[in-house]
Write a protein that binds this ligand. Sequence first.
Ligand code: M6R
Length: 611
Amino acid sequence: MCGIVGYVGSDQALPVLLSGMRMLEYRGYDSAGVAIVEDGEIDIVRKAGQIGNLEAALEGNEPSGTLGIGHTRWATHGGPTDGNAHPHRDCTGRVAIVHNGIIENHDVLRAELVAKGHTFESETDTEVAAHLIEQIISDKGSTLLEAVTEAVNILEGAFALVCVRADEPDVIVTARQEPPIIVGAADGVGLVGSDVPALLGHTRDVIPLDNRQIAEVRAGSVRLYDFEGNELEVQTVHIDWDLEAAEKGGYEDFMLKEIHEQPDAVRQTMLGRIDSNGKVSLDEVHWTNGELKDIDKIVIVACGTSYNAGMAAKHAIEHWTRIPVELDLASEFRYRDPVLDNRGLVIGITQSGETADTLAAVRFAREMGARVIAVTNVVGSSITRDADAVIFTHAGPEIGVAATKTFLGQLVALNVLALYLAQERGSMTVDKIRETMAAMEALPSQIEDLLEIKEDVKAAAKRYSEARDIIFIGRGVGMAMALEGALKLKEISYIHAEGYAAGELKHGPIALLQEGVPVVALCTGAKLYDKMLANVEEVRARGASAVIVAPRGDERARDLADDIFEVPATKPLLTPILDAIPLQLFAYYIAKEKGLSPDKPRNLAKSVTVE
Ligand code: M6R
């Protein structure tokens, strides 16, 4: 998830671009770069690392010009190097583009363009778009708008593109297919950004592009087209946030913003996971079928929320692949003398890719001869160097300390991995795999729908914000969610919370129950539904309050609950992905009710780089 800006007007473009890029830096900080058009030339300056590195490179070397584009990168294809930093240009240097997303057919297009004589400078998927536009212009004498319109019909995948051309020094052309693009025009100014904050210094009247739309932005005007080239009516949206709030996209906190970004996080992580034959595609796992069949055991190592994702994944992997799975806290793993050899596969899960315990665990596993797959959200992070294969969760930068959208990204990535192993080992039928992938593809819109319950959750949170203890219970994957619900709550609200296997309640924790103690019961898993409701009855018999996460429309759960959060139906092993939403909102609103800052909980850091 990258940050994109564009400016055309009468002021110098560079300062405007840099200030817009600063506001979007939360979207990625692997590299930053600008392209400025002046005197029939395009000047590009780009640098790996944060915007400060770019500013240092610009000192004494500031390109002047009143039209330009800028980019802060969250690396996907190609490491976070100067050469892979955006903007990218064509062979002539007369077209420059910045991009957010993944161009899925980049390798096919690259081969075709190389055969036509194009030379590439970077390892990115993005660069093909610059050469493709160059080729169209040289074949047909097209304008930039015409060339981009043709190119977007050839490109596949997700892309927000912003393009400039030396020979058309008064226009920026931008196109959207999935990742957001906002454009705007004010007195003698034209603007482009991947989020509203980048435009707010100039205008509060913005035009968010819909999917498959192209905008031609000039100083003071915007024209809108569809991918077929038909001109569309421009519809403006008035923004009433101030600049400070806008960095959070109008949300009070990053955590709330990130909770709302989850439909997109899931969509991005799923992107490109089904190939043209309807098979699960996981190119990152490059082992042969025979090698995959040879795996006799999987060990998952992780900490915190990533561990909880691993617990949910253990159920899915064992059920779908029939490979036995062990789950270890990364901080425990290497001290327990584990039994592991070269037939073992270790999955290290870490959103940051920098958690010291998880890094140490995977290094130890490799020393024992095991293969290691890393599941992480951060390109270029340490774990990517310590693993044999890396699966990225494309959730975008997560700023709130409490993991939310990266947790969903992990669950999705791990399910895709499990289905891929099942496919390659033949432990699941093709139809069942397709059916499960289809259910996963439905999740983003189900999450969008589920986010509507936030007012109900907020009202419940108000009632329980004074509780001293809150207990979470679940069975199967619901137990993983009980742990996750309790972790989320305790880290941002400082209320004592525990997650338990519901069946364990009567072996001890039930002694904690009395009038007024809230118990959150995860009841969405069909298989153990009756048993869960029996546990809720036990809870209520001790005077505790029952907060039930239940399938939507379930009358039995409604009758039993003091509060109920209803969740849409999905496959039982996918329920954690939906159950997470009310649990995150519950923790968030309790913290807010207590006047706490969910983004910066005391004593915690976003990534724990010491053992
Ligand atoms: O970056 P990682 O996923 O390795 O981080 C692991 C934990 O530190 C992390 O999940 C932590 O528990 C979060 N603050 C939970 O919200």
